[in-house]
Design a protein around this ligand. Structure first.
Ligand code: GUN
Ligand code: ZN
Length: 428
């Protein structure tokens, strides 16, 4: 196939997992150029060679900019866009004070449309091409998000958040309506274009056992859907779960006993896990999603990346907007590095970039479609300027290699570092 475009730069492709071998750097390979066509990555190689092979292609020369797969954010709440960075509360008070009043507004389709568009614009400017989002209890919020993502050609996952207790009037569904509304949304959106559905019980404190059971039954009826929820984020929350489910062996068991534990399950936060929970999550191949800016912002704790990776857990990285304090996966990688430092296990730049792309894509079971630049993958790309501000430029100028240079952008970069974004083979 002839290419539509050839991009030149430092094209980063992972050939391995940078957590497995001795050297994280050895998992990555740099190429001079990438040819894309029909929305897919066709070939990696030398600039001159690709130009000769694809004479009709448009040439896009990015000099020494870094070209990598678009960022994949494995856990976000798009409806919390307008209340990001709200001051001074821990999880339960933060939900009641800021989150629930804002989420109440999404029964209004025009407001949901406005925030969905705003969220997708902000994240695209930050180089994020795929995300897995919670919506609100309102089916309109799901329609708004999928409609906006579809218009932008993006691969996204989303689901109606289900809650039938411990939430205010106007922000509760029922076991039956949550089941039926979610089923109707699956029929409308799952598998349409690049969109897919995640069954979304918010977390066990806001669902009755009857609702969790209904969600488990729905997942059994639609096993190709993802299922997303929250797990063991804060110690107060865990104590609350124990009091609500006195017979459960642990927090994970409140999902497991209702059929809500599986390989296509995504468990956000997963900080304060017990040994049984770790063992079961690994056994079933479930995905844990690390949300470092959220965990420091809401004061939740320090995720055990090194220990969980060494156990062979499937792990993605996420902003958790708006409990997380940023829309940027660069800032999120920086926070993951800082959390690693506080645990005495710093992450290498190659590991951080892998988590923000292929790691999150694998968490979403999309690792063979997105999250890496390799032949056959969908062409979602981000082009990073590694000298986007004077502070970063003076540091990267003295860098001994790419990893030192890109680490300065990870730690200090923002949307100014994002030079260009490509979605499904098209320049934005
Ligand atoms: N636990 C239940 N709901 C939420 C949420 O919206 N944000 C975070 N960070 N944790 C939660
Ligand atoms: Zn969340």
């Amino acid at each position: 196939m002839q290419a539509d475009y050839i991009l030149r730069g430092q094209v980063l492709s992972f050939t391995d997992t940078p957590f497995d071998g001795d050297s994280p750097e050895a998992a990555a390979k740099l190429h001079e150029a990438v040819a894309i066509g029909g929305g897919k990555v066709l070939e990696l190689g030398a600039w001159e060679g690709l130009r000769k092979a694809h004479p009709a292609a448009e040439l896009v020369d990015h000099g020494d900019r870094l070209i990598l797969a678009g960022f994949v954010d494995a856990h976000v709440h798009f409806p919390q866009t307008a209340i990001i960075a709200s001051w001074g509360k821990r999880l339960i008070d933060w939900l009641n004070s800021y989150t629930f009043p804002e989420e109440m507004r999404f029964g209004d389709r025009s407001y949901a449309d406005e925030i969905a568009g705003r969220y997708l614009d902000l994240t695209r400017a930050n180089g994020t091409t795929t995300m897995c989002s919670y919506c609100t209890i309102h089916p309109e919020s799901v329609d708004a998000f999928f409609t906006a993502a579809q218009a932008r050609g993006q691969r996204v996952v989303a689901g109606k958040t289900c809650m039938d207790r411990n939430a205010p009037d106007g922000l509760r569904d029922t076991a039956q309506s949550a089941h039926d509304d979610s089923a109707a949304l699956i029929a409308r959106w799952h598998g349409v274009d690049r969109l897919s559905y995640a069954i979304t019980p918010r977390f066990s404190p806001t669902s009755t056992p009857e609702q969790l059971e209904a969600m488990g039954a729905l997942w059994a009826d639609h096993p190709d859907c993802l299922m997303q929820t929250h797990l063991s984020e804060q110690t107060d929350e865990i104590a609350w779960v124990k009091s609500l489910f006195p017979k459960a062996r642990d927090y994970l068991d409140t999902y497991e006993q209702f059929g809500l534990l599986g390989a296509r399950g995504l468990y956000g936060h997963a900080i304060h896990l017990e040994d049984r929970e770790r063992a079961r999550l690994r056994e079933v191949g479930a995905a844990l999603v690390h949300c470092p800016t959220s965990n420091t912002f809401i004061g939740s704790g320090l995720f055990d990346m090194a220990g969980l990776m060494a156990e062979g857990q499937r792990i993605g990285l996420a902003t958790d907007t708006g409990g997380g304090s940023s829309f940027s996966m660069l800032r999120t990688m920086a926070a993951a590095y800082e959390v690693g430092q506080l645990r005495g296990t710093p992450l290498h730049a190659a590991q951080l970039l892998w988590l923000a792309t292929q790691g999150s894509a694998r968490a979403l079971h999309m690792g063979d479609q997105i999250g890496n630049i390799a032949p056959g993958m969908e062409a979602d790309l981000v082009v990073l300027d590694l000298a986007s501000t004077p502070a970063i430029a003076q540091r990267s100028a003295g860098a001994k290699d790419l990893w030192e240079a890109v680490f300065a952008t990870i730690m200090m970069g923002d949307d100014r570092a994002v030079a260009e974004v490509w979605i499904n083979g098209a320049r934005d």
